[in-house]
Design a protein around this ligand. Structure first.
Ligand code: ADP
Ligand code: MG
Length: 341
């Protein structure tokens, strides 16, 4: 009997496919397993990452404007470059198009791609264009650069390091719940116009995310070198577990410290979803999760948009979230499992 893809999930499948890959070039510093690969390029390290977005899986064109989609497809890749503490410099873009798309529509997609390039200071240097039988696919590769000693991996967290997160969490997940709800209303009521005025923050978080260039620049300016870093694309829980398992450490984070925006909180209440669940297991916030040496606390404590949510412990203590009742809850990885959807 062949094994169904859904039996493995995304992470196990990557392991199954790539577990026996050997690195043969001395210039390959880091292969599979981090936010980006790291390659020796003269005096600097070059980082490379790729993400693929597929219509119907990662985006729904019923409520995603093409310009926003183009912008987001660049930003999600730049986020992985920043997560290595590197600065993105180039991207390439591959697209597969079905005949339902007009030239004007594809131009809108590229307006978004070009806008992201302009705002983040990145050059579009190549790609590929082909046809598809159904729908749109966008594959972006981002290339960045950093001095070798600045590159930050997932595996450098040490006991007693502080765990920090940028921005706030859970908004993007609630944004997509609202968009899905309005889509159902639209379909059931023959074109009733969506009411999104009360949801601008969460919908914005979903449709037009930003990569935290500013945070990487700020840390650099403050002379703070994170010991480990990852971007939050799959929810805090899953990303924290990546840092902990790869660093061979445990963690203790606190529910009351996890940053959640006021509108996110309100929308969670309205939808009967615990905002903590959205922060831990929702995805696509594209914030940075990083660990720092305790001695650096004074440098970051007053920085707006950086929150200390807990600390790194010995591996034997496991992965713990202390809830508002003071009870420890074991963190579990609940990354997106597209094959099950
Ligand atoms: P992220 O969420 O940061 O984009 P992923 O979870 O997608 O990272 O990927 C984890 C690691 O596995 C990365 O190093 C990525 O480059 C690698 N990877 C993912 N898919 C494949 C694949 N099909 N072949 C080789 N490497 C892959
Ligand atoms: Mg990542």
């Amino acid at each position: 009997m062949p094994t169904e893809l859904s039996e493995l999930g995304e992470f196990e499948l990557i392991k199954e496919l790539t577990g026996d890959v050997e690195l043969t070039n001395v210039s390959t510093i880091k292969g599979i397993g981090d936010d980006a690969a790291v390659i020796a390029a003269g005096n600097d390290a070059m980082v490379v990452t790729n993400d693929l977005l597929v219509e119907g899986i990662h985006f729904d064109l019923m409520y995603t404007p093409l310009k926003h989609l183009g912008y987001k497809s660049v930003v999600v890749n730049l986020s992985d470059v920043y997560a290595m503490n590197a600065i993105p410099e180039q991207i390439t873009v591959g697209i597969a198009l079905s005949s339902k798309f007009s030239v004007e529509a594809v131009n809108q997609l590229y307006d978004g791609i070009k806008l992201a390039c302009k705002l983040y200071g990145v050059d579009l240097v190549g790609g590929d264009t082909t046809s598809s039988l159904t729908g749109l696919m966008i594959s972006v590769t981002a290339i960045g650069r950093a001095p070798f000693d600045k590159v930050t991996y997932r595996n450098g967290a040490k006991e007693n390091n502080l765990i920090c997160v940028s921005g706030d969490l859970g908004g993007a997940y609630l944004g997509v719940q609202i968009l899905e709800r309005e889509k159902r209303v639209f379909k059931e009521n023959l074109g009733a116009q969506p009411k999104l005025d009360d949801y601008t923050y969460v919908v914005g978080r979903q449709l037009k995310p930003e990569a935290r260039k500013d945070v990487v620049e700020k840390l650099n300016e403050l002379g703070v070198q994170p010991t480990a870093m990852i971007d939050i694309s799959d929810g805090l829980s899953s990303e924290l577990l990546h840092i902990c398992t790869q660093s061979k450490v445990g963690c203790r984070v606190y529910e009351d410290k996890i940053p959640v925006n006021k509108e996110t909180e309100n929308v969670a209440g309205e939808l009967n979803i615990h905002s903590l669940t959205a922060a831990l297991n929702g995805g696509e916030d594209y914030e940075l999760l990083f660990t720092i040496n305790m001695n650096d606390y004074d440098k970051i404590k007053d920085v707006e948009g950086i929150t200390v949510i807990g600390h790194i412990t010995n591996e034997s203590e496991g992965y713990n979230l202390i809830n508002n009742q003071g009870m420890p809850i074991k963190l579990k990885s609940m990354g997106w499992k597209n094959f099950n959807e």
